[in-house]
Design a protein around this ligand. Structure first.
Ligand code: SF4
Ligand code: SF4
Length: 384
């Protein structure tokens, strides 16, 4: 395992962080974590060098507006002797903070759920313009000062899903320690992108990367023409390795968060992280990554990362699954297989055809997808 400085905090974190939003579950139910399998994955990860664990109030729940099961499970797990071995990060659910006292309420709940007296890194979750405006109107600055001075939180940061201009505005407003941004080789010009990342590095802030595999799209159901391109490389690498190596090659990247779901993934990723040196890709390899990125973009249709922030839909449409099956159909040019999957996974009320166009989900998507409009495409492809 390699380690990098977490900005100017004095901490060194593993270049692979454990994202706690995609643990294995029982019967595919997101709020039922398979505790035995997950504990094995976490202990293997920490025993083999991962010292950075990231969760959030809402992870592993059925409703992103409520507390999920990731934090309570982690609390149980870390209390078995692992708490002091990791830098623990969690996030304030920005979108459900309505009044000043809510921020205290959530932090208090999170400390209890995580069975700890302090959180190492506390982030304002998924900042976008409207969440940021709301938080500043509730004097989030005073809240952040107080929780650091009374020792409940060591370092402060935010996770970000918006454009560069807003990133710069937020950076200017407070003395932050760490920022999480979305980045992978498809997203150089997306949201704050590569420019944002380079700026964070230039001002010495820790920069943690989210969505390194773009919600798994860079490694699952990879189209044959993409694999053919990778196969032209002199040094053969797995698709995961290409994606991770691209990021670790960038000096300003502190760590990448991987939401691992199996022990094999943990093992594979840890092995890769022992070789994630900056500036280690050859010129030819960098050109190949650009070619792959362009080839993907030609096939891209709905840009969903399956994050689930748009859920729940009041009419029960399962938005991420609708988009997932639609994209797989497009990428693999196989409507029949995806259609079978779509109708077997979803009840009638969860289908794209149940969307009433109410617009409730429109501002929830960090990828700025026009969800009702895109659902019409899903309905057209698969029918009712
Ligand atoms: S627009 Fe459609 S998908 Fe979005 S919340 Fe309304 S019914 Fe659900
Ligand atoms: S539509 Fe947007 S918010 Fe919903 S799962 Fe996809 S990326 Fe996330």
């Amino acid at each position: 395992m390699l380690y990098r400085d977490l900005g100017q905090t004095g901490e060194k974190v593993s270049i692979l962080g454990f994202g706690c939003m995609r643990f294995p579950t029982i019967n595919g139910k997101d709020d039922q974590i398979d505790k035995e399998k997950t504990a094995k994955m976490l202990s293997y990860g920490i025993d083999n060098g991962i010292n950075f664990i990231d969760t959030a109030y809402s992870y592993h729940g059925t409703d992103f507006n409520k507390g999920g099961m990731s934090e309570p499970f982690l609390g149980e797990f870390l209390s078995t002797g692992y708490r002091e071995k990791v830098l623990l990060s969690t996030k304030l659910p920005s979108w459900i903070v309505e009044k000043k006292e809510d921020m205290e309420y959530f932090l208090d709940q999170q400390l209890k759920r995580l069975q700890t007296d302090h959180i190492d890194l506390y982030l304002l979750h998924s900042l976008k313009e409207d969440y940021w405006k709301n938080l500043t109107s509730l004097d989030v600055f005073e809240f952040m000062d107080s929780i650091q001075s009374d020792g409940r939180v060591k370092y402060i940061g935010f996770s970000f899903h918006d454009e560069l201009e807003l990133l710069l505005e937020i950076l200017d407003s407070y003395d932050w320690d760490v920022v999480f941004t979305q980045m992978n080789y498809l997203d150089e010009s997306y949201q704050s992108g590569l420019n944002g990342l380079q700026y964070l590095s230039s001002i010495g802030l820790g920069n943690v990367v989210m969505e390194p595999l773009r919600g798994g799209k860079l490694v699952n159901n990879v189209p044959p023409e993409i694999n053919e391109l990778w196969n032209t490389a002199k040094t053969k690498r797995s698709n995961v390795e290409w994606a991770f190596k691209y990021l670790w090659d960038i000096e300003g990247v502190t760590s990448i968060l991987s939401g691992m779901s199996t022990l094999d993934q943990v093992k594979e990723n840890i092995a890769l992280a022992s070789n994630g040196y900056p500036n280690s890709l050859t010129k030819e390899e960098k050109i190949l990554i650009k070619e792959v990125s362009m080839a993907y973009k030609e096939k891209k249709d709905i840009d969903c990362t399956l994050c689930g922030y748009c859920m729940p839909c009041p009419y029960k449409v399962d938005i991420p699954t609708c988009f997932k099956e639609y994209n797989i159909a497009k990428m693999l040019d196989n409507v029949e297989a995806s259609s079978m999957q779509y109708f077997s996974l979803l009840n009638e009320e969860n289908l794209a055809s149940s969307c009433t166009d109410c617009g409730n989900c429109v501002n929830m998507c960090p990828q700025r997808i026009n969800i009702p409009k895109e659902l019409k495409k899903v309905k057209k492809l698969f029918g009712k």
